[in-house]
Ligand binder design. Structure first.
Ligand SMILES: [Zn+2]
Length: 276
């Protein structure tokens, strides 16, 4: 069975990216797992602090484990953990990777907090760090939120060297959430420049709403994992609304459309990321 690190290395060699999809419950899990199974590609399930609270950390770890035992290359990521304590809990629960997010702190504080998690993980889980601010929301926004910054290649190099992280989430024009007035363009040259400076794979967050062309170019420039959340949430909610309208009372019937809707989004993204 391949590890997440091995799948990332393989993706880099192939010039593709692994899809990362956030879920809050077993319906979301079912949608993502079925899509990956259908296309026979690796996939990462993401749970933020709030999402993991809802589904249960050990519960989601068990779901992933069962799917893995069936032969799937499916991994669990503790997405955007702001709390050091919760990040440590996630590592102990057996996640494949964890994102310690101290990007809104000073660079020195960010380095110190990230270092602490790298040491605690001790190779048990990959650790992702974030430098540069891309917002915190996973919904539809009227405009680009305040304080959005870009990561400089030198800052990225310093951050990776001083923390020892395995994965880096840079700010390269990407923004969490979907921007109503249109998504800013990704800075492909900056992605390339950062990837040349750092020795670790890059993760693109907030990719909901970005164009297919932009995402393809980002993969070519050195992105190995792409995060989708907001588009999945919208598809889920629309499906639930349709299901409720049908008048069905059995959850496995009125939730069917929601799962199908999410699965459709995941299949579309996985095809794009994997050149299928
Ligand atoms: Zn993110």
């Amino acid at each position: 069975m391949k590890s997440l690190q091995e799948c990332i290395t393989e993706a880099e060699k192939k010039g593709v990216a692994i899809g990362h999809f956030n879920i809050s419950d077993s319906e979301g899990f079912k949608a993502v797992a079925e899509a990956a199974k259908q296309l026979l590609v690796p996939v990462i399930i993401g749970v933020s602090e709030g999402e993991r609270e809802f589904i249960g950390l050990k519960e989601v770890a068990a779901l992933v484990q069962v799917a893995r035992e069936s032969g799937m290359e499916i991994f669990l990521n503790a997405d955007h953990h702001y709390s050091v304590e919760k990040a440590k809990q996630a590592i102990d629960a057996g996640v494949d990777s964890v994102i310690i997010d101290a990007a809104d702190k000073t660079l020195e504080e960010n380095i110190a907090v990230t270092q602490e998690i790298v040491q605690y993980a001790g190779g048990r889980a990959l650790v992702e760090g974030e430098v540069g601010f891309i917002g915190k929301s996973s919904k539809i926004l009227e405009e680009v939120p305040e304080g959005i910054s870009k990561t400089s290649p030198d800052e990225a190099e310093l951050f990776v060297k001083s923390t020892g992280i395995d994965l880096l989430a840079p700010a390269v024009g990407n923004v969490h959430g979907i921007i109503k007035t249109g998504e800013p363009k990704l800075d492909i040259e900056l992605i390339r420049a950062i990837r040349e400076k750092v020795r670790v794979p890059l993760v693109l967050h907030g990719a909901s709403g970005n164009s297919d062309e932009d995402l393809k170019a980002a993969i070519k420039a050195g992105v190995s994992i792409i995060h989708i959340n907001t588009e999945l949430r919208l598809a889920y909610k629309e499906g639930i609304e349709e299901g409720i309208k049908s008048g069905e009372v059995a959850p496995y019937k009125f939730m069917k459309e929601a799962v199908e809707n999410m699965k459709e989004v995941v299949v579309k993204k996985l095809k794009l990321f994997n050149n299928l």
